[in-house]
Design a protein around this ligand. Structure first.
Ligand SMILES: [Ca+2]
Ligand SMILES: [Ca+2]
Length: 109
């Protein structure tokens, strides 16, 4: 569900950048893209950024560095790279110790 939502949001944003005359719904689970008019023709290569839950620093791995980043975020510090959607592992809208617990479980499994 989470990946589907993120994927759709990224796709909608990319498509909206390609077509200037595109009518867009608000990107959410029910987002739709309607291309109203376009004179553009050609090939498109879409690079879809995917978010890996728990990979808070975006290096492709879930490990202690991600726990460190979440801990710093909770303590009010700003890590160099911090992906909030990846940090909110349980999807409750908050980034707190419960997410750290889940990241630890991901590492141990
Ligand atoms: Ca990481
Ligand atoms: Ca959370």
């Amino acid at each position: 569900m989470f990946f589907k939502r993120v994927y759709k949001r990224c796709l909608v944003l990319l498509v909206s950048g390609l077509f200037a005359s595109t009518a867009l719904a608000i990107p959410d689970d029910n987002a739709t893209v309607d291309v109203v008019e376009s004179e553009w023709e050609g090939e498109v290569t879409l690079t879809i950024p995917m978010i890996l839950l728990g990979d808070v620093n975006g290096d492709g791995y879930v490990n202690g560095a991600d726990i460190d980043a979440v801990a710093k975020h909770i303590m009010g510090q700003t890590p160099d790279v911090f992906y909030e959607e990846a940090a909110n592992v349980n999807g409750d809208g908050k980034i707190d110790a419960a997410d750290i617990v889940l990241i630890v479980k991901m590492i141990l499994n």
